[in-house]
Design a protein around this ligand. Structure first.
Ligand code: AHR
Length: 498
């Protein structure tokens, strides 16, 4: 099969915001306890955090971590996680029917995030709480000193403010499963008042307001309209959440799901622009896709857990090769929408639907989905170029005219480099794929790696990591054209020197 993509230096989409490689760590399952934190583990540091996990998070290079939830957030008292650990209360977590010990709280998490090179995207509870608790946590984290909450932070060991920049106004407040869920009117008013007051405490912060918890919600679109009517002036981003899965075991349909993600982003963008027009506003609302991932392998398994355990395994999806291919296509889709998607959080980071897995008392390892994310987070920086794609297409159950290639081209002027990420969705055919780089003089291929040639159900394990990129070399540069061979079912990264 032949395919061609054409880009032109003069036609950019947007600069990539590095926060699009964000992730998410919720107090649920084994994400925190026996995930990042396990005192007594052979790699634990003096504060009980696993060095092996820290190293993998550093390798993944995620620059932003959303915390502490998730559904957990909507019943959380942030004050439970400060002060002497021995005085912290144990609480029921109604979201996941477990017991939260609060051994890890604000200071511990913020210090850990700094060590792994990430900023914190902090979320405030708008399920059971409201303006007061949100004001207080911003004052605690970001006010220099001389007030009750800022001096308490200093007393608790952090002289300098944490200066947390990005904050979420609750989580999935439209979902009936959410503790303290709300109608769009109720949430819109509360989010507006909370946002206003949080910015009075620290005008430099940026706020994310909750969109729908998925495009399939019956209130989708109407929810966004009402919430933005109330909050447009006060917030900076609207959130999107979406999870994907191959429940039907239909590979063609599964690998096309990034087309659905693209439609979702375009629909939410249109809603934001409708409100912009209605309000005669100069402001453009950007998007935070702050929960996205593949989630289906573990579905239904939670219900077998005995309630009120501490850190039981929950949502421990083990990912395979086809998941890595879809995850790559989803990432490419986020990048192609980089003019509006400024923040995105892979949900989640460790053990819970995560690229990093741990065994309690044992090793930590990289899941199949680790590598496309890692390569994009390392090399996917610069300006995304608009492209014209000319490749054969296919139809499947949920989508029509799905191109056999999903791809994106990024220009890094500072490094004199072009980066191309591409997925070949065809299970049968090699694609001879040409990229015409108008306005550029490609000189050499600096790196060409692929993940291909595996059984679609192959997984990585703690003992072996077969799903990983390997170098390949089938390319030809001729003038401004780069020809590359994309193997059947492959994730590819090409770095071209200019
Ligand atoms: O990421 C797992 C859960 O998915 C989160 O807690 C919630 O926000 C979403 O429904």
């Amino acid at each position: 099969m032949q395919g061609k993509m054409t880009v032109n230096k003069a036609f950019p989409i947007s600069e990539i915001d590095p926060r699009v490689y964000g992730s998410f760590l919720e107090h649920m399952g084994r994400a925190v306890y026996s995930g990042i934190y396990e005192p007594g583990h052979e790699t634990a540091d003096e504060r009980g955090f696993r060095e092996d996990v820290k190293n993998l998070v550093r390798e993944l290079k995620t620059p932003l971590i959303r915390y502490p939830g998730g559904n957990f957030l909507s019943g959380y008292n942030w004050e439970d996680g400060i002060g002497a650990v021995e005085n912290r209360p144990k609480r029921l977590d109604l979201a996941w029917k477990t017991v939260e010990t609060n051994e890890v709280g604000l200071h511990e998490f913020i210090a850990w995030a700094k060590e792994v090179g990430a900023d914190v995207n902090m979320a405030v509870n708008l399920g059971t709480r409201g303006v007061d608790a949100a004001w207080n946590i911003v004052e605690y984290c970001n006010h220099p000193g001389g007030t009750y909450w800022s001096d308490l932070r200093r007393k608790n060991g952090a002289e300098a403010p944490f200066n947390i920049k990005t904050w979420c106004l609750g989580n999935e407040m439209d979902g009936p499963w959410q503790i303290g869920s709300k109608t769009a009117e109720e949430y819109g008013r509360l989010a507006a008042e909370t946002a206003k007051v949080m910015k009075w405490v620290d005008p430099s912060i940026e706020l994310v307001v909750c969109g729908s918890s998925g495009a399939g919600m019956p209130t989708f679109a109407a929810w966004e309209v009402t919430v933005l009517e109330h909050t447009y002036e006060y917030v900076d981003y609207l959130s999107l959440h979406s999870y994907y899965g191959n429940q039907k075991n239909d590979l063609k349909n599964y690998l096309a799901m990034s087309v659905g993600m693209d439609r979702f982003i375009k629909s939410v963008t249109a809603i934001c622009d409708y409100i912009k027009a209605k309000k005669r506003s100069d402001k453009t609302m950007n998007l935070s896709f702050d929960e996205w991932n593949i989630w289906y392998h573990s579905s239904g398994k939670n219900s077998k857990n005995k309630p009120w355990q501490q850190a039981p395994p929950i949502l421990e999806d083990i990912y395979n090769f086809e998941d890595a291919l879809l995850l790559g296509s989803l990432l490419i889709t986020l990048l192609k929408n980089s003019d509006r998607v400024k923040i995105a959080c892979l949900a989640q980071l460790v053990n819970v639907i995560a690229p990093i897995m741990t065994e309690k008392g044992g090793p930590a390892w990289r899941q199949a989905t680790f590598y496309p994310f890692m390569q994009a987070a390392h090399h996917g920086h610069g300006t995304v170029l608009r492209h014209n794609l000319d490749v054969p297409t296919y139809d499947c159950e949920d989508f029509k005219d799905v191109p056999f290639v999903e791809s994106v081209v990024i220009h890094k002027p500072d490094k004199k480099e072009i980066v191309i990420f591409a997925v070949n969705r065809s299970a049968e055919e090699i694609i001879d794929f040409t990229t015409e780089l108008q306005g550029f003089s490609p000189e050499s291929v600096l790196e060409f790696t692929e993940i291909s040639g595996h059984d679609v159900k192959q997984t990585n394990t703690k003992d072996a990591c077969p799903i990983a990129p390997v170098p390949t070399s089938a390319t030809i540069i001729s003038g401004n054209q780069l020809a590359a061979t994309l193997k059947p079912l492959s994730w590819n990264m090409l770095r071209v020197g200019l």
